[in-house]
Design a protein around this ligand. Structure first.
Ligand SMILES: Nc1ncnc2c1ncn2[C@@H]1O[C@H](COP(=O)(O)OP(=O)(O)OP(=O)(O)O)[C@@H](O)[C@H]1O
Length: 681
């Protein structure tokens, strides 16, 4: 766990000096000069967002705006660029200074004095919770489950279930989120407590309020009590007949950016901004929820963070490429996706795999500049460099939208993260000044409760009817959900996505069983919060350097498989003796060859994917509609999974045969011994 004070002092102020930035006139070729991240210190500036500081990279980033690459928006002239740069620099610098001065900013988990720990246990908190995350529960008393009346299930997340309930003491409606974790594993408890701690540090009308916790000494679930919100943005937008007006969109965007500005000013990155995490109450107030993937960010950027965060469709390119040093710009990218989605009523970048996601980004936002790739410093990133140059075409794609909205999208969807500005700059964007301006939240229409889970259930119902013979059932659904069945690479997530149903009322601690609705996978891929990949990368808490490779690094899974294969061979061979060992090796060599062939295929498919060659993929010229409905670019993971299943089957057959042979040999030997003994007698 790092100390922010020392990290913040690493911020190099020289960048603000005249020497620190090249003036526009000093580069004839370039109309834009970039070095936009004073907050991030030398790490980001010199080493890019992926790697460590390299002194030879101190050169400034030159970007020819007129080439209109994917670097970012095209500004009118040098003075405009300079103005933007200095605004972003100023804001980031101020924030870095205030975070550095705030001693409480650093995440301290598990450092509550022993006496306080004793008090917490006496107050009814489980000792495992107090020992590991005393600060998260400081000053609170645990609530008992029987002080709530559970009503219905209103949300199903990757690792949690959310219920509507009535607080029988205050008679208020609340939402209760049940989080599962392993209370015997301090890392798992710490991880879960981070969400609570972050929520307790935030206090803003556009951030969901955590009102308390339910726990018991025996349970390994924790229940987070939140104020109840009637809708989430995904559910609301998917409601048949709901169409947001422009001033309504501005109203939601303003609230989202205000909430984000608060998070960022308190040093918190949300890292999972998407429609279903934006809750809206009946008074039109929007609140950012689900801080399960949130983290405290480090203005010095010295601690690496995992890149396996943010739901796929809202994940910025640098994370797809495996960046481990990043800041609030990741939330701004997701916000840009939300803005587009609010207008078009469709996810604007609905990739089915990480590679396809990246490809969609480049086709919309343009190929990144050469400097972008250089700054990544990631060994595998170059593999994903698009073989042909894509022109940035946000303006053309969204030409039907109001120009001010497209202007803000241009900024937020900059491929270069340091061009995305800040939440507070976005709030002062022209978008919010042009008419019609944002309406007052209280003037918004009142809707019946609308949650993502309802939309999913509607979709499931339509799908079920469709398979029962109503061919066109799916077409009747809002387009938002037609293609929302991306390949889900995470079996855990799939399992939980399948277990969605409205459960009946009752005691919280007795709802372990949930009804299962089979047959659909929903929502874009999100890394499981407690997965090793996600957990390992959390900088100060999970300092495990080997986890910061690109998530797209081809062959990662295959290497792991091969190791496991080797391990199994060794143990089987050890059991079965020399003869079986050589036949096992033969069998394994053929499996290896098979897996390698698949690996090569995977590599070439990635190249094809980047060139848009894969089947079902349309060129940009075919139009956005067709691109939206295009087929999967590649299906590496399910092919590999199929191979692995085959391998497993063959292994099991092989192991059975060896065991059978071994027991036959033993039997023969025993029979032989027995016969010899009888002969001897
Ligand atoms: N305070 C609340 N009031 C009403 N509904 C809520 C509240 N909190 C969460 N929900 C509902 O539950 C859903 C899931 O909640 P949440 O996002 O916190 O869980 P999660 O497990 O982190 O989900 P995911 O993995 O999809 O991000 C939300 O999309 C929302 O519809």
């Amino acid at each position: 766990m790092g100390c922010l004070h020392s990290k913040a002092s690493a911020v190099d102020d020289s960048r603000d000096s005249p020497k620190g930035r090249m003036s526009p006139s000093s580069s004839k070729r370039s109309s834009g000069v970039r070095d936009l991240n004073p907050r991030l210190g030398s790490s980001r500036r010199n080493g890019g967002f992926g790697g460590k500081v390299k002194s030879r990279d101190v050169s400034l980033i030159l970007v020819d705006e007129k080439e209109a690459t994917g670097s970012g928006p095209v500004y009118d002239g040098d003075s405009e660029i300079e103005r933007k740069i200095s605004e972003i620099e100023k804001q980031r610098k101020e924030r870095a200074e205030s975070l550095a001065a705030d001693k409480n900013h650093v995440l301290v988990i598990g450092q509550v004095p022993k006496a306080a720990e004793g008090e917490q246990v006496a107050a009814g908190w489980p000792s495992w919770l107090s020992a590991v995350a005393g600060e998260a529960i400081n000053g609170w008393l645990p609530r008992r489950a029987d002080t709530f009346e559970k009503l219905d299930k209103i949300g199903q997340g990757t690792y949690s279930s959310v219920y509507r309930a009535r607080d029988v003491i205050s008679n208020k409606m609340v939402a209760i989120k049940r989080v599962r974790f392993d209370n015997l594993d301090p890392e798992s408890v710490r991880f879960m407590c981070r969400e609570i701690l972050i929520l307790r540090r935030l206090d803003h009308q556009n951030i969901i309020k955590l009102e308390g916790l339910i726990t018991s000494r025996m349970s390994c679930s924790l229940y987070l009590i939140f104020e109840y919100m009637e809708h989430d943005l995904t559910g609301l937008a998917a409601r048949p007949g709901v169409k947001f007006t422009e001033s309504q969109i501005k109203c939601y965007m303003q609230q989202l950016l205000s909430g984000l500005d608060h998070c960022h000013s308190r040093g918190v990155l949300h890292r999972d901004i998407k429609g279903s995490n934006l809750l809206i109450d009946n008074n039109g107030i929007l609140k950012i929820a689900d801080f399960g993937l949130a983290s405290f960010f480090d203005p010095g950027q010295s601690a690496p963070q995992t890149s396996r965060v943010v739901t796929l469709w809202y994940r910025p390119p640098e994370l797809l490429l495996g960046a481990s040093h990043y800041g609030d710009e990741v939330d701004l990218w997701s916000t840009g996706c939300i803005l587009g989605e609010l207008y078009t009523r469709n996810p604007i970048l609905p990739g089915k795999t990480e590679v396809e996601q990246l490809h969609k980004i480049f086709r919309l936002c343009g190929s990144p500049s050469d400097d972008y790739w250089k700054k990544l410093h990631l060994p595998h990133a170059a593999v994903f460099m698009p073989p042909r140059h894509y022109r940035r075409c946000i303006k053309d794609t969204f030409k039907e939208l109001p120009p001010a909205a497209v202007g803000l999208m241009e900024e937020l969807l900059s491929v270069d993260p340091w061009r995305r500005g800040t939440a507070s700059l976005a709030l002062s964007n022209e978008f919010f000044r042009t008419s019609p301006v944002a309406c007052d939240p209280s003037s918004l229409p009142k809707y019946p409760p609308s949650k993502e889970i309802d939309a999913k259930l509607r979709e499931e119902e339509a799908r079920r009817k469709g398979t029962a013979g109503e061919k066109n059932a799916e077409k009747k659904l809002p387009r938002d959900f037609r293609s929302k069945a991306p390949y889900n690479s995470n079996p855990d997530q799939t399992r939980q996505s399948h277990s969605m149903s409205r459960s009946q009322g009752g005691n919280f601690f007795s709802t372990q069983q949930e009804k299962t609705i089979s047959g659909f996978m929903v929502g874009p891929i999100r890394e499981p919060r407690g997965s090793r990949e996600s957990r390992k990368g959390h900088g100060e808490q999970y300092p495990d350097q080997d986890s910061y490779s690109s998530p797209l690094a081809p062959g990662y899974g295959i290497c792991k498989v091969l190791k496991e294969v080797d391990h199994s061979v060794a143990s089987i061979a050890g059991e079965a003796g020399q003869e079986s060992s050589s036949s096992a090796s033969r069998s394994i060599s053929s499996m290896r060859a098979l897996v390698r062939r698949q690996d090569n295929k995977y590599h070439s498919t990635i190249n094809d994917a980047m060139e848009g060659k894969a089947s079902g993929q349309h060129s940009l010229e075919d139009g956005w509609d067709k691109m939206y409905l295009s087929g999967p670019l590649l299906v590496p993971s399910n092919n590999v999974e199929k191979i692995l299943r085959d391998h497993e089957r063959r292994f099991q057959a092989f192991t059975r045969r060896i065991r059978f042979d071994k027991s036959r040999i033993n039997r023969d030997q025993k029979a032989h011994q027995h016969a010899s003994m009888q002969v001897a007698v």
